[in-house]
Design a protein around this ligand. Sequence first.
Ligand code: 2BA
Length: 146
Amino acid sequence: MISVNNRDFLFVPIADYLIPAEKVAHVQIGNYAEHALLVLTKTGYSAIPVLDSHNRLKGLLGIGMITDAILGLERIEYERLDNIKVDEIMQTDIPNVKTTDRFQKGLDLLINHPFLCVTDEDGIFAGILTRRVVLKQFKKYIYTTQ
Ligand code: 2BA
């Protein structure tokens, strides 16, 4: 990660601040909700990316989307977990962020999203930009420019 002490960091490509794809917990198109719930529970994350078999970004899946899908009239119908596929319930309207976009775009979007899924120029999932990483960078900027 590049270390900068002035506002230059706003113009650095997002690629320099990514948690790389190989370190990001994810599920794949075609996986069942039961598997996704297991991954979300075991990693402790509230939402993770959904990828296809070519590592292309397809959507986002959170715990709430799973519980909402199995919510019956009177109870949570856990037995439906192995009938529902992640592609049926994932969120697909997510921001389009590229590795070449600037940090400033990430900063703006992270106000409303806890993390951003980032793709390369071929649409392949490259990693995520999290609020944590951006806040750390922002803190560094504030503390070194007083
Ligand atoms: P959440 O899961 O809601 O996590 C919110 C914050 O709680 C995280 O902020 C982090 O500071 C902390 N946290 C949660 N689970 C953690 C864990 N297993 N280890 C360490 N810290 C944990 P951010 O780091 O800014 O992450 C924002 C969101 O990005 C997370 O929201 C999660 O949905 C996603 N995320 C972060 N790292 C991920 C990874 N390696 N794989 C998949 N998703 C990830």
